[in-house]
Design a protein around this ligand. Structure first.
Ligand code: F3S
Ligand code: F3S
Length: 105
């Protein structure tokens, strides 16, 4: 899967959403999250993020490794909705993300 990391927090540009062929990028309160089971690793989202927040799972920089867990954790109580557009914004964040200090954006 691909992972969204810290640069997305409080930015939420959403350019990535338009690129994903399987609609697996879900919106939380403070960032977006890629569904680890629904992502088909096409990589189309990665180059379009203006703040370079998206990484292949194995390539997440060390200082942002906790975002890998956060992307998984976000979906623990949601299962596999099978499409972000029909779900819309989900009013929560992974606990690690919710605890981050506000970021300028
Ligand atoms: Fe976030 Fe970048 Fe997408 S800022 S919403 S990961 S385009
Ligand atoms: Fe979609 Fe990006 Fe995965 S475009 S399929 S979330 S690599």
């Amino acid at each position: 899967t691909y992972i969204i990391a810290e640069p997305c927090v409080d930015v939420l540009d959403k350019a990535c959403i338009e690129e994903c062929p399987v609609d697996c990028i879900y919106e939380g309160n403070r960032m977006l999250y890629i569904h680890p089971d629904e992502c088909v690793d096409c990589g189309a989202c990665e180059p379009v993020c203006p703040v370079e927040a998206i990484f292949y799972e194995d390539d997440v920089p060390d200082q942002w490794k906790e975002y890998t867990g956060a992307n998984y954790e976000f979906f623990e109580d949601l299962g596999s909705p099978g499409g972000a557009s029909k779900v819309g914004k989900i009013s929560k964040d992974a606990p690690f993300v919710a605890a981050q200090p506000p970021r300028g954006g």
